[in-house]
Every structure is written in C-alpha cells, then in structure tokens.
Design a protein around this ligand. Structure first.
Ligand code: PA5
Ligand code: MN
Length: 192
C-alpha cells in the first residue's frame, strides 16, 4: 500500500470502462492466449489441425495489488473471449480448480453471451448462462471455465482471493466431463 497523507483526498489507482470491462491504470497485467497455448483443451480433430495456431482465443487483464499467494488480499480481473469455434466447439478458457481448492470467486457478465461451465470433484458438470449483468458465485472445490456462445466478444469480470492460485493440471489431464458444442445453431452440453 502507498503512504497516504493524513486527511487527503486522492484518485483511485485504477478505473474500469463499464461498457466492456477494460481496466485502466498502471501495472495492469495482460496475457493473451492463442490456440497454440491451449493443448488438450479443444478436441483434436480435423478442424483443430487445420486451424492457425496463432488464432487469438482470449485475453486477460488483472490487477494484483499484493503478491500472489499472500493470504487476505484480493485480485481483480477481466477476460475477453473472442467469438469463434474449433469445429463445433466454441472458443473457451483453459479452466481450472484453485490451487488452494477451497477458495471461492465471483464472476460477472459484462458484454456478449456465454456459459460458465462448473465441475465438482465428483466430475458433475453444469452450465450457468452469462450475459451483461449475470453474477456467478463460484464456490470452493469447483472447477470453472467460460465459453463464448455468441458471435460477439464475451467479456466478464472476476474477483478472487490472492492466495487461491490456479491449478490447470487436473483439467489439462482429464478435461471437464462435459463439452459445450453447437448443435443446430444452439449450445448443447454433451458428455466428454
Ligand atoms: O481467476 C480466474 O478464474 C479468471 O481470471 C481466469 O483466470 C480467466 O478467466 C482465464 O481463465 P483460465 O485461467 O482458466 O485460463
Ligand atoms: Mn478462478
């Protein structure tokens, strides 16, 4: 935390554009995920092998006011998933459990339409619809992945504990037990 003079009024360090969730300010972390960064996420069929590995799938901005792993702090992020599909499978995030698996998180929809895929440790998978204003409490012990089911960008915000961490390995190895694919122009959750 910075030193603040007694009885002073100051500007906050960050602000957010409510139309698209873009975070503005200094030291905003940025990451881009391309198809080539997402092995074992999409089905590796014909459609996958014909696609350009440099296709941009999603982008994340995050504010990390304390070091990762510190207990008691909070992180704030915004993800944008571009519209598109690999075959019949919509563009989506890698998905993860938290490293400290009991840690919870809030997500909220900002623009576009999507689906929040949730999976418990018994591998039950279900989806919650995402839209501007949708609010999602992701309990601890629940893996989470987001999917853009529309033809415009899907943006959503997130707030999670600074000691939660991301455990990607379980999903890289075993995936979710359900996949969201497009059937007759509509999203359908099918067994993996
Ligand atoms: O902390 C979160 O849950 C989000 O900020 C995600 O990290 C973000 O949506 C990207 O998804 P993933 O971390 O599964 O690649
Ligand atoms: Mn998370």
């Amino acid at each position: 935390m910075k030193n603040i003079d007694h009885l002073s009024i100051i500007d906050s360090t960050f602000n957010v554009d409510y139309s698209n969730g873009v975070i503005k300010g200094k030291n905003v972390n940025k990451a881009k995920k391309y198809l080539k960064d997402l092995p074992n996420i999409f089905r590796h069929g014909d459609a996958f092998s014909k696609m350009d590995g440099d296709a941009l799938i999603y982008e994340v901005q995050a504010i990390l006011p304390v070091d990762e792993g510190i207990e008691g702090g909070l992180f704030y992020g915004k993800t944008i998933i571009h519209p598109g599909k690999v075959g019949d499978e919509y563009y989506m995030t890698k998905g993860h459990f938290h490293q400290k698996i009991d840690r919870a998180e809030f997500y909220w929809g900002i623009e576009g339409t999507g689906m929040l895929l949730l999976m418990d440790q018994k591998r039950n998978t279900w989806g919650e619809k995402m839209y501007p204003g949708s609010l999602h409490y992701i309990d601890g012990f629940i893996a989470h992945r987001t999917v853009n089911i529309g033809d415009t960008p899907l943006s959503f915000g997130a707030c999670w504990p600074s000691d939660a961490g991301h455990n990607y390995q379980e999903i890289m190895d075993n995936g979710f037990s359900g996949r969201l694919i497009e059937v007759d122009g509509k999203p359908k959750l099918i067994a993996n």
